[in-house]
Write a new protein. Sequence first.
Length: 421
Amino acid sequence: MLITGPRGTKDILPDASGNWQYIEKTVRDICRLYLYKEIRTPVFEHTELFLRGIGETTDIVEKEMYTFSDRGERSLTLRPENTAAVVRSFLENKLYADTLLNKLFYIGPMFRYDRPQAGRYRQFHQFGVEALGSKGPAIDAEIIMLAVQLLRTLGLDDLKLYLNSVGCPQCRPVYREKLQNFLREKTSNLCSDCQSRFERNPMRVLDCKKEKCTEQTQGAPHIVDCLCDECSTHFDQLKSLLTLAGVDFVLNPRLVRGLDYYTKTAFEIQYAPLGAQSAVCGGGRYDGLVAECGGQSTPGIGFAIGIERILLALEKQNLLPVISNAIDVYVAPMGIDMQGMAFKLLCKLRENGITAEMDFMEKGIKWQMKQANKYPAKFVAIIGEEEAAKEKVMLKNMLSGVQELVSINEVQQKIQLDMEA
RNA sequence: GUGGCUGUGGUGAAGCGGUCAACACGGCGGAUUGUGGUUCCGUUAUUCGAGGGUUCGAUCCCCUUCAGCCACCCCA
């Protein structure tokens, strides 16, 4: 039996890597436009970072992390997300000393021990953005616009932007208690998951998709009605900024993020045709995270986009660019004796920036012509005994079928002339 | 982690107890040994995800296992 790749991992094969490069390039272009700079952090961190950053009772930490001890008995974890690591790096490298506002992005693999499904892998890739330093709503709006513009640039519409505010340490406990009071006598009617959520994280009950739970939560108090003045003003300002920017959004009072560090703004962008994996982008504000990681209290906001899911969406909509294998010249030696001359020509063409290929399989002219046609090649430079004797090449234009005998030095000129035309 | 469906060549797939394991694409060879895209011909699965069992006989039935997909959970 062959050794297979681990469950939930996927090879990005030659035919698909072009699609990844296309997305990565689009991401980088947009980030340049918004002046977000790339940060690259390690794929593993001290386990402690995620316990503190993401929250010990979150599903990610409780059951989805790849945690192991290294040979020095350190507990390490393959990053399940990258915000905590960016914050760690921000503090460790004192990025706050360089500028008041740090605008960063990352793109790379993340790891979660989940049950695999289409659009859900154990090693998956996220593009994410983090802005550290500003507490005002304008940066929230910018971040959301970046996500929206990226998805639009890729050609995706039919996207829904859901928005909510989850409050801050001032107002959230007040809301939490209100919600618990509302749910208290209904707990017996909730699903078993929600019964345990009632104590631990009552806000997640609102997020439950089970019909009986949704029924019970009809008329539940909304957090947006319980926000403190600061959070409420922030939320109102964000909404008006987004309206000014011309983006549609849907207020979703039930939207709760799964990571503990979120405060105030929470948002999610969904692409409905992906079914259960429709959440294509998720993010929000995390004003408490930097302090939680041991730094000076610094506000922050960010989001992450799942690249596999974007790819699925683009495939579904037929929005992926066609990647061409076209080449300028195929050099075809007729027989092994001509190989040296062919190779010399090949090298010369490439030195001059001409996309060229030759036969490495030592096949006949017929096979080589077929190959040339497959790429397709604009020209084939045929080198037979007769041509070789004269230090010349039979240059065939594959489109017109016209061929002429030219000297080795002329090949390049002929091709460049054609390329300009 | 729970439940369901699926697993046949490089790919897309028929077959569902005894077949030579269809067909299509692709690959390779030829017709056309100094010339491609069309056409035609030939060839391409000691084997049906892996392991075990039932049976005279298993791709087909049963069990185990692995993997993928779908829903839940969670999330990007």
